[in-house]
Design a protein around this ligand. Structure first.
Ligand SMILES: Cc1cc2nc3c(=O)[nH]c(=O)nc-3n(C[C@H](O)[C@H](O)[C@H](O)COP(=O)(O)OP(=O)(O)OC[C@H]3O[C@@H](n4cnc5c(N)ncnc54)[C@H](O)[C@@H]3O)c2cc1C
Length: 472
């Protein structure tokens, strides 16, 4: 049995902690916030449990999120909707509305999607080949495309502008970066797995039920969580981890697993222990993007779909250029979970909770976020005119709120290090650091996937690695 300290209680940290406790290790989790779950947490308001950040789970029970829960004796009910979303596709000044089914592997479903998207008949063959390549990709094909951008990969099959617009929007929803930056291999892997599983879902009771279940699982096997107790230093001696110094004292450990992210882990353990090479690698990493989010609690139900995806009336190539170049686009990309439809029991009867998110700058405190939130509201009221007079309250999520949840001051990133060429697959940072017994878990280490799915996949991987090396 090893003494394990986990730094941080995100999905990666708590998931790994619960699995290690089940293996028979003595596990303590230290969390700097006064809540568990990090970017997958919820808060209570008006008698409802409201997601702070994450809302849509690309693979629920069939993937690592569900697997970890089952492994530690918990059961999470994930709710499915099919169609999973309604697409509002704005093209040439007109908005076309069509459903997005859960399973797009059957050819007729792909043909319908192509028609809905307005793929030109002479481009239909190229776009069909593109989807077939993605859905039937094997792992070698994925690895071979890791260092290519998604845009250049798609260009090998089709130049149809509507396929490009759709894929760019989908890519942003998955990785919070544009398809001009995202790794094609990473996208193909995630799209293939998601289509195979057809398991896009929402955990009954809010996103926060996931960390709560993992915590219960951890405690079932004797583990503990300490809130409001930040780790100030990871103690290393002669190339090995020795424990942590927290706000309240020093704790000895044989193994430390950091869910704080690679950059904060470097600060906690120090370059003198992790080495110049590791530090240079960590400093070179680029982070994912972010967004501006506004939650609206409404006095009545106005939107009859679990999720709205708005594809803006813009070319794929320039769709997200405002993030680097400034300005506010005329039409915004928008993803909008409608919580009262996703999980009818979680919102006060007859009321609605909608969460509108649009891509934005990741820098905390940047004044562009305010302008985007105003434009987002104008767009919402344009698309759903009845909304304006039915708002009971409104709440914003800006990059500074995200940064507060992660502890990362310079960037309010949605999903950790960006899933771009050079940072995915074989080039993803390894969970094993140069310090013996010090591991990374979560978005920055070891796994592929989208958001919480990737964090949970990392948790499984790190727990298995530690288990192999340290049989309890
Ligand atoms: C607005 C938004 C929307 C999102 N939407 C979705 C979605 O719909 N679907 C989806 O799957 N994903 C979504 N994501 C992404 C998803 O939430 C994250 O990818 C995932 O939750 C990250 O998990 P993690 O394990 O890496 O840890 P994090 O959630 O980053 O948690 C890390 C934890 O470590 C703690 N910590 C850091 N330093 C210390 C320290 N020194 N001492 C103690 N504790 C420390 C932090 O306080 C935090 O609790 C969204 C993210 C955001 C921001």
């Amino acid at each position: 049995m090893a003494r394990v300290v986990v730094v941080g209680s995100g999905i990666g940290g708590l998931g790994c902690a619960a699995l290690l406790a089940k293996q028979g290790h003595e596990v303590q989790v230290f969390e700097r916030n006064d809540f568990i779950g990090g970017r997958c947490s919820s808060s209570e308001k008006d008698g409802m449990s409201i997601d702070n950040f994450a809302h849509i789970f690309p693979i629920g029970n069939k993937g690592p999120l569900g697997m970890i829960a089952r492994e530690v004796g918990e059961r999470i009910e994930f709710i499915h909707h099919d169609p999973a979303a309604l697409v509002y596709d704005a093209r040439g000044g007109k908005v076309r509305i069509f459903p997005e089914p859960l399973d797009i592997t059957p050819l007729p479903a792909q043909a319908r999607m192509a028609r809905n998207l307005g793929v030109k008949p002479n481009k239909a063959f190229g776009s069909a080949r593109l989807f077939r390549k993605i859905l039937k990709a094997n792992d070698a094909f994925i690895d071979a495309n890791d260092d290519k951008t998604l845009e250049s990969f798609i260009n090998e099959y089709t130049d149809d502008p509507n396929v490009h617009r759709f894929m760019n929007v989908f890519c942003y929803m998955m990785f919070t970066i544009s398809y001009r930056r995202a790794s094609a291999g990473e996208f193909i892997y995630c799209f293939r797995e998601m289509s195979k599983a057809a398991d896009i879902s929402y955990p009954k009771g809010s996103a926060g039920v996931l960390p709560i279940a993992y915590r219960r699982g951890l405690e079932r096997y004797g583990g503990q969580v300490f809130l409001r107790d930040p780790v100030r230093r990871i103690i290393c001696r002669e190339g090995k981890v020795a424990g942590v110094a927290t706000e309240t004292g020093e704790v000895e450990a044989d193994i430390v697993v950091s869910n704080a992210g690679i950059d904060l882990t470097l600060e906690l353990a120090g370059v003198e222990n992790l080495g110049e090479e590791f530090a240079a690698m960590a400093r070179r990493l680029q982070y994912s993007g972010s967004g501006a989010v506004a939650k609206y609690f409404l006095s009545k139900q106005l939107v009859d779909a679990p999720v709205i995806i708005h594809i803006p009336d813009a070319d794929a190539g320039s769709m997200f250029s405002f993030i680097e170049e400034g300005g506010t686009p005329r039409d915004l990309m928008m993803m909008m979970p409608v919580v009262d439809r996703l999980d009818p029991g979680s919102v006060r009867a007859g009321h609605s909770l909608i969460i509108a998110a649009t891509p934005g700058v990741a820098e905390p405190g940047n004044e562009a976020t305010g302008r985007l939130l105003e434009a987002l509201e104008r767009q919402l009221f344009r698309l759903f005119p009845e909304m304006e007079n039915n708002v009971i309250w409104r709440q914003e999520v800006r990059p500074e709120h995200i940064a507060r949840a992660t502890g990362r001051k310079r960037v309010g990133d949605s999903v950790g290090i960006a899933q771009i060429p050079g940072q995915v697959g074989r080039n993803k940072p390894s969970p094993q650091t140069p310090v013996e017994g010090l591991y990374l878990v979560g978005m920055d280490a070891g796994a592929r996937g989208i958001g919480t799915w990737q964090a949970a996949a990392s948790a499984e991987k790190v727990a298995a690695l530690i288990g192999e090396r340290n049989p309890a």
